[in-house]
Design a protein around this ligand. Structure first.
Ligand code: ATP
Ligand code: MG
Length: 587
């Protein structure tokens, strides 16, 4: 398949036109200085007689049983990135061999996420398209005496398999005749037997040191509706039988997968060799593990179904859709994948690396705005009551083309409660009684008086401003230095916004490392979401879902799709500084 499928899938899908696609790795479209180990192997192979003059072809093979997560992004960047740097191709293949867990919703979300990350597959395939061919090949192995129908239950099969130290035992059904096997296999397909009654197994070696070679199951009986093939099949191929053969059909040159499959490689090779078909090379790399989160689809599904989060795209989830809703950009995720590289050994990457990647990109592209999370009213007593001045503010100091905007300044402002302290220590450079501070894009003010309510809580600050210090004005006093600059909004002009302050999903670095009787759910961070009503500058009235901003001095924020005409909702993508790093260095 099929350039047609490819052609009608490119429009309007959010693939950014920056051509970044890992280009920063290969600035001249050529080679990087240092190749990772996968690239070193590929370079050698492409010179070998088998592949010389051939096109490099890889694939990304997700099982459509959940949404993609940041670990998948690593595999996507690797597979599509290699295809790009070797002038080759990369397919998207759904490994849809397990109908009970798979759904069209997942197929759609996976395609959407791959494109959003900035990649486009050359061919779109489904392992289920190969069911007929796989069946024919199974018949071929039966005829060659290399596969047999086995009646052991799954428990018995496990018992007979032995362990790492104890060899397995032959199944009593191992020596069935070819004719009997052919008949039984046909009957399995025809639906004559219930679930689990029989399997088709490869006849290899029950004493093989590699347990995967001890007569692995190729087919199981499963009367289940498949999201694509409907009720056509009631036997389904196992991963090991479907995967390598699908690679072979697509003439994948390099089948790149995660390390758990290293021990399956001999079986991958055995099937291709016994069938005498095109034989791709499998190369394994270490899967991504990230601290403070979980990554297995089973656990992510559990978070969703047990409502610990609002859905697969909850901004606390490590899914691509969750990261997108949180405000991550495709560029930041690709940058992260580039930073962590590809290795042969397991390691856990600190969440801080992902967060610093999004800070890095948003610093370059996000417009700055002012928003006050926890407002404290201030009155500038010497500022005329009905005067409003429009202050010129720079949208993005990193990007002159982002231009400027105007912010209304008036007598009644709101500042962050944290930016005032009544009995401040010496090094407190924000506002305190008798001290001066600059209001960003505004004036220098001095706090003269604190107003409290009956309960002794501060309800207002009374301040005076120095009219000579307007930001940007070309006078000597205007450039007078004060130690602190704080942000603010004009009380009468500011608009309300719901701000969802997201934090890390889990409170421990390794949430799956739990004592007996506990699960990762016991490690969920109880403070991973706080909702506040903030006051934001009026320019944000027109912000649209997905727009990203830096709230000055606070962090990066993204407009949530829950936003409506009369309610603005922001998600905190990440704070400006890494508060977790501080926490850790304290201990
Ligand atoms: P999970 O264990 O989360 O359910 P999976 O391996 O079953 O993941 P698949 O849909 O089979 O998920 O994965 C598709 C591809 O993505 C595979 O090639 C797999 O190796 C790769 N992949 C999955 N998780 C990671 C990860 N954490 N790091 C790197 N690659 C991954
Ligand atoms: Mg898998």
């Amino acid at each position: 398949m099929n350039s047609g499928e490819h052609a009608d899938t490119t429009g309007g899908n959010g693939v950014d036109g920056d051509g970044l696609h890992g280009d920063s790795l290969h600035g001249d479209g050529g080679k990087k200085d240092r190749l990772n180990f996968v690239e070193q192997e590929i370079e050698k192979d492409l010179q070998s007689p088998k592949l010389v003059g051939k096109t490099f072809i890889s694939r990304f093979p997700p099982e459509p049983n959940g949404y993609l997560h940041i670990g998948h992004a690593k595999s996507i960047c690797l597979n599509f990135g290699l295809a790009k740097s070797y002038g080759g191709r990369c397919n998207l293949r759904f490994d849809d061999t397990n109908p009970s867990k798979e759904e069209q919703e997942y197929v759609d979300s996976i395609q959407n996420d791959v494109r959003w990350l900035g990649f486009e597959w050359d061919e779109l395939h489904y392992a289920s398209d190969y069911f007929e061919q796989l069946y024919d090949w199974a018949v071929q192995l039966i005829k060659a005496g290399k596969a047999y129908v086995c009646d052991l239950t799954s428990e018995q099969t496990r018992e007979y398999r032995g362990t790492l130290t104890v060899p397995g035992k032959n199944s009593p059904f191992r020596d069935r005749s070819v004719e009997e096997n052919l008949t039984l296999f046909e009957e399995m397909r025809a639906g004559k037997y219930p679930n689990g009654a029989r399997t088709l197994r490869a006849k290899i070696d029950m004493a093989a040191p590699n347990v995967n070679l001890r007569d692995p199951v190729m087919y199981r009986i499963l009367h289940a509706h498949h999201h694509r093939t409907g009720d056509k099949w009631c036997i389904y191929p196992m991963y090991d039988w479907a995967h390598g053969q699908s690679d072979s059909i697509e003439t994948i040159t390099h089948s790149i997968c995660t390390l758990e499959f290293e021990d399956h490689r001999p079986l991958y090779d055995w099937f291709c060799n016994e069938l005498g078909i095109y034989h791709p090379r499998q190369i394994e790399f270490a899967r991504l593990n990230l601290s403070y989160t979980v990554m297995s689809k089973r656990k992510l599904l559990q978070l969703v179904t047990e409502k610990h989060v609002s859905g697969w795209d909850d901004p606390r989830m490590p899914t691509i859709s969750g990261l997108r809703r949180r405000g991550y950009t495709p560029e930041s995720i690709r940058l992260f994948c580039e930073k962590i590289g590809v290795a042969r050994f397991y390691s856990t990457i600190d969440m801080g690396v992902l967060e610093s990647s999004v800070r890095e990109h948003l610093n370059a592209v996000a417009n700055r705005v002012m928003a006050v999370m926890n407002p404290l009213p201030i009155t500038i007593t010497n500022y005329p009551e009905d005067q409003v001045e429009l202050m010129e503010a720079v949208n993005n100091p990193e990007d002159a083309s982002a231009g400027t905007r105007q912010i209304p300044f008036s007598r009644n402002l709101l500042i962050e409660r944290d930016d005032f302290m009544e009995n401040a220590p010496k090094k407190f450079f924000r506002l305190t009684v008798g001290a001066e501070v600059r209001l960003r894009y505004g004036y220098i003010i001095r706090c003269d008086e604190v107003v409290k309510n009956a309960a002794g809580e501060i309800v207002e600050l009374r301040c005076t401003y120095d009219p000579e210090t307007r930001s940007g004005a070309e006078t000597a006093t205007a450039t007078r230095k004060v130690k602190g600059t704080i942000h603010w909004v004009s009380a009468q002009h500011a608009i309300d916004a719901e701000v969802r302050l997201y934090d890390r999903l889990c409170m421990n670095e390794n949430p799956e490392d739990v004592p007996a009787g506990k699960t990762f759910l016991d490690n969920l961070n109880p403070d991973n979401l706080k909702v506040v009503t903030a006051k934001v500058e009026p320019a944000l009235k027109t912000a649209k879902a997905g727009d990203r901003f830096q709230f000055e001095r606070t962090g990066y924020f993204c407009v949530d799709p829950d936003t409506t005409a009369d309610k603005l909702v922001f998600n905190r993508t990440v704070s400006l500084k890494d508060s977790w790093a501080k926490e850790m260095s304290k201990t």
